[in-house]
Unconditional design. Structure first.
Length: 223
């Protein structure tokens, strides 16, 4: 039984999207429910090639974003299976208090991802004719240029994180990937316009970085 998300048991029916391979269903246990795909075999995902794995991840995110448009949800990590309906209902009953409390913390909340791409440093060219002391001094200048750039880069990034914290937003700073810093910000669902205005100000304070703000998403990094 493949699990997509936990949510408070809705008072009105949800429009459940299609899952990876089958229709989805809502499993209720008191105040807490789960959206699941009951007939998906774990081996279907585990044995799939890289292209299939990517499609499965995209389908997982598609379902979560569709549900997020209808209700506050706790996203469940990709690839989460429970062995049976009984195991799921037992899990919901055992963790109901914790999950409902977490859902209370993300009512009307969304996650915004702020990406920071570092502008490449244009280094001083080493003179082809430089030899001996001149060559050594030119290499030293290049090294100092790199060090200065790295220090300024880290200072601007630290200032950006401090500016986010000063606004009172919880945030999660992920490990850099492909040279891109990702800062996940937890705000209200309707905060995008305000945050975009802040990003324009932060951009002026961080000229070594190219900043871009994503759309409102389920709170992946805050549950």
């Amino acid at each position: 039984m493949y699990v997509y998300a936990f949510l408070k048991t809705p008072t009105t029916a949800l429009e459940l999207p299609e899952g990876l391979a089958n229709s989805l269903q809502l499993v209720e246990q008191g105040a807490l429910s789960a959206v699941v795909e009951s007939q998906l075999d774990p081996d279907t995902i585990r044995a799939g090639d890289e292209r299939f794995q990517l499609q499965a991840i995209l389908s997982h995110d598609r379902v979560l974003q569709d549900l997020f448009q209808q209700a506050d949800v706790l996203p469940v990590p990709f690839g989460t299976f429970l062995v049976s309906l009984d195991a799921l209902t037992q899990h919901l009953a055992a963790h109901q208090e914790v999950y409902v409390a977490k859902l209370q913390q993300v009512i009307h909340k969304a996650e915004y991802t702020l990406k920071a791409h570092l502008h490449p440093l244009v280094l001083e060219e080493l003179p082809e004719s430089a030899k001996g002391k001149d060559y050594f001094l030119a290499k030293k200048r290049r090294y100092q240029q790199q060090e200065t750039y790295r220090n300024q880069q880290q200072e601007q990034l630290a200032g950006l994180l401090e500016a986010i914290a000063q606004l009172g937003y919880p945030y999660h700073h992920s490990e850099p990937k492909d040279g891109v810093e990702r800062i996940h910000i937890l705000g209200d669902r309707d905060d995008h316009t305000f945050l975009q205005q802040q990003v324009e100000q932060w951009q002026m304070d961080c000229p070594l970085w190219e900043l871009s703000l994503g759309v409102a998403l389920p709170p992946y990094h805050f549950v």
